[in-house]
Design a protein around this ligand. Structure first.
Ligand SMILES: CC(C)(COP(=O)(O)OP(=O)(O)OC[C@H]1O[C@@H](n2cnc3c(N)ncnc32)[C@H](O)[C@@H]1OP(=O)(O)O)[C@@H](O)C(=O)NCCC(=O)NCCS
Length: 190
């Protein structure tokens, strides 16, 4: 398989408590409800305050994303979009980078760990990638705990790397190699 002919990833991915599926323009109301919470966008490059028009723009961006470069799924739970996950594909580097966000009222239940774990499994099974990577602001502890639960290794601390809303933040890089995923996958299925 060459970098030019990678297979498409599934449009819909059922996970234990949520459904990952394509965004549609009709999701903007749901997106506005969870993204207008300043806490959820604390470490995301999202304008503040988050207005209804920003929700329309965000959803349009997701709908129009080029799946050869960035695959995105809305996370639907109990009939509403309450988050999203993404895979940014670096074909030449045989690498994919994950991104995720979840409505605050659903934090602390493991819903995102399940969804991202299933997404990582699908990415390694379907694509000829060597590695899944992730980036998080160092103070975004919920995000780094999630990455550790997935078995990802901390690979780098980039000091004073991100100036975000007047704060100077360190950034952490995490990675999961194919062979590490295979070991975890065998352990989890056995
Ligand atoms: C990052 C984010 C998705 C993490 O949310 P989360 O609720 O901590 O993640 P999960 O849904 O996987 O839940 C894990 C928590 O549920 C608990 N939990 C309960 N039941 C669980 C289960 N069955 N399985 C796994 N964890 C479970 C875990 O112990 C964990 O809590 P802890 O970290 O306090 O120990 C969320 O904080 C978020 O959307 N943040 C804003 C957007 C953002 O910053 N995105 C990342 C950019 S890098």
């Amino acid at each position: 398989m060459t970098a030019g002919d990678w297979p498409p990833l599934p449009e819909a991915i059922p996970t234990p408590r949520s459904l990952l599926r394509p965004f549609s323009v009709a999701d903007a109301d749901d997106v506005y409800v969870y993204r207008r919470d300043p806490e959820i966008v604390q470490f995301l490059p999202v304008s503040q305050p988050f207005e209804r028009a920003d929700a329309d723009h965000f959803v349009a961006t997701q709908v129009l994303a080029d799946p050869r470069e960035r695959c995105v799924w809305a996370l639907e739970h109990e009939g509403h979009v309450v988050g999203g996950v993404s895979l940014r594909i670096a074909r030449q580097q045989l690498r994919a980078e994950i991104g995720y966000e979840l409505a605050r009222w659903l934090w602390g239940r493991g819903i995102m760990t399940e969804a991202v774990s299933d997404l990582v499994d699908i990415a390694f099974r379907r694509l000829p990638i060597l590695k899944v990577s992730a980036t998080a602001a160092a103070p975004n502890v919920r995000s780094t705990r999630l990455l550790q639960r997935l078995g990802m290794q901390r690979e780098a601390l980039l000091r004073r790397h991100w100036v975000h809303r007047g704060r100077i933040l360190d950034e952490l890089r995490y990675g999961l190699l194919r062979e590490e995923w295979e070991r975890n996958d065998i352990a989890n299925s056995g």
